[in-house]
Design a protein around this ligand. Structure first.
Ligand SMILES: Cc1cc2nc3c(=O)[nH]c(=O)nc-3n(C[C@H](O)[C@H](O)[C@H](O)COP(=O)(O)OP(=O)(O)OC[C@H]3O[C@@H](n4cnc5c(N)ncnc54)[C@H](O)[C@@H]3O)c2cc1C
Length: 455
């Protein structure tokens, strides 16, 4: 049994920075069963955002005419080259981590799948190691409902390995991952059908956001099937046949992507050999500082169920780092929800939706502005979407906001900062912003707030 000061299981978005930070205090064992860098680097944010950039170039090359640019016909997406570009980016990030780890003599990298022997003892292949402080950063993976196990399906991992464009990509699941892949493959040239069990896309958003997103995708000729309560999938050779609601509707495709949600990778940890508490879905129970019920054992990143993004995982690292250094300034409950949906145009979201705010009993004021009333969006020829502010009528502070439109993923951060500063919306309203930008119309939007009734 080799002894370390710290053990980190998983080299995800929290585990890697934590390893470097802890290496200043003692010896660190970092365990990784797959590629260094975890989901974000290898089959999440980095590769998908690289593909989205290629998809945007494709879209631009087909939409020159409306901007007065005559682009000769014949633009074609070459998936082999798109993938090669992505592979270079991913390899660069992965190798950067590898190099930094190998040049740090306090960090020992174990390659293999870790499992617990007891609370403070871990096995990896033939190695057994122990530490008084252990950090679980095992991330999550795509859920594969059992009805799909008999057909060839793709997940976010396999689809990024394709070198030939699917003729007809059928996507099960109309949330973030499904929508991003759907739009990018449509723009590359595949036919795309998205099948959603609910009556709208990304149901955690407000209805007007879901509807606007559906409209954006449908305008690009992405087919969307809603209310698919019963999905039956069979395969004949390379052909995938999907029957919806007892053959109400039949769709034939060449590829099937499953994007129905994520499950934590805690099932292989053999937590039953420990007293660590976890819920029925496998998420490890943690307090505000990512601490489990066992002293010295922390769960960070997606596997604690408190976030599902790279920035939440990185924030878990910051929380734990400060906690260990003896400072408890940061905690999970201080985190304001924020995320992007990286379709084009993107959605930037911060804080509560209208539905959440009204459900929590807030009296709210709403500001809204369509992008076709934003000068800069018109000049760019990108007028789809809208922005919306949700204000607490009592405190005048933002409860939430969304910007679905050109630059929305960046613009939202201005509101995020104000929310962290706990300052009233009037600061944004009365500030002067650069002309011509999309942001300069946020003050105008805030000058005309309207009350709404409970949804
Ligand atoms: C397609 C897709 C697109 C995404 N896009 C975005 C985005 O644009 N923005 C954003 O913020 N988030 C995005 N995400 C989510 C983001 O990737 C994750 O939230 C983030 O990577 C979670 O990091 P983590 O630290 O929890 O773990 P991960 O990054 O998942 O890393 C966990 C690591 O643990 C390893 N591991 C698991 N079990 C064991 C074991 N038993 N022993 C040893 N090693 C183990 C895994 O191999 C993995 O390397 C996306 C996700 C997907 C799937």
């Amino acid at each position: 049994m080799k002894k370390f000061d710290f053990i980190i299981i998983g080299s995800g978005q929290a585990g890697v920075p934590l390893a470097f930070s802890l290496s200043k205090k003692g010896t660190v064992a970092l365990i990784e069963k797959s590629f260094l860098g975890g989901t974000c680097v290898n089959n999440g944010c980095v590769p998908t955002k690289a593909y989205l950039a290629s998809a945007r170039r494709m879209w631009d090359s087909l939409h020159g005419e409306e901007m007065g640019i005559e682009i000769p016909a014949g633009a074609k997406a070459n998936l082999e080259k798109i993938k090669a570009r992505k592979d270079t980016l991913v390899k660069g990030s992965r190798e950067g981590i590898e190099k930094s780890i190998s040049s740090n003599d306090k960090i020992t990298l174990f390659r293999g799948e870790a499992h617990f022997i007891s609370n403070y003892e871990i096995a990896i292949n033939d190695d057994k190691i122990t530490a008084k402080q252990i950090f679980i950063n095992v991330g999550a993976r795509a859920i594969i409902p059992k009805e799909f196990s008999k057909v060839d399906y793709l997940t976010n991992v396999d689809i990024l390995e394709l070198t030939k464009l699917p003729e007809h990509l059928i996507i099960i699941g109309g949330s973030y991952i499904g929508l991003e892949f759907g739009q990018m493959f449509k723009r590359f040239g595949s036919k795309v059908t998205i099948i959603e069990s609910g009556d709208r896309l990304i149901s955690k958003e407000d209805e007007n956001v879901s509807d606007a997103i559906a409209e954006i995708l449908q305008e690009e000729n992405i087919a969307i099937e809603f209310n698919a309560k019963e999905i039956n999938v069979t395969q004949d050779g390379t052909e995938i046949l999907v029957k919806i609601n007892g053959a109400d509707k039949e769709i034939t495709g060449t590829h099937l992507l499953l994007a129905v949600g994520r499950a934590p990778n805690t099932d292989t940890l053999q937590l039953e050999n420990t007293s660590i508490m976890y819920d029925e879905e496998g998420y490890i129970t943690v307090d505000d500082y990512c601490k489990t019920n066992i002293a010295g054992i922390f769960a960070i990143g997606d596997c604690n169920g408190k976030g599902a993004f790279t920035h939440t995982s990185y924030n878990d690292f910051q929380i734990v780092e400060e906690y260990i250094l003896g400072d408890k300034k940061r905690k999970i409950s201080d985190r304001i929800t924020t995320y992007g949906l990286f379709i084009d145009p993107p959605l930037g979201r911060v804080g509560m939706t209208k539905a959440e705010a009204t459900e929590k009993g807030f009296s709210i004021l709403i500001g809204q502005r369509p992008m076709d009333k934003v000068g800069r969006a018109k000049e760019k020829g990108e007028t789809k979407g809208f922005m919306e502010a949700i204000i607490d009528a009592k405190t005048n502070q933002f409860l939430g906001a969304c910007v679905l439109g050109v630059g929305g993923d960046e613009i939202i951060s201005g509101i995020t900062n104000l929310m962290y500063a706990k300052q009233p919306y009037t600061i944004f309203r009365d500030a002067i912003h650069i002309h011509p930008t999309v942001s300069e119309l946020i003050p105008t939007m805030l000058e005309d707030l309207q009350p709404t009734t409970k949804e």
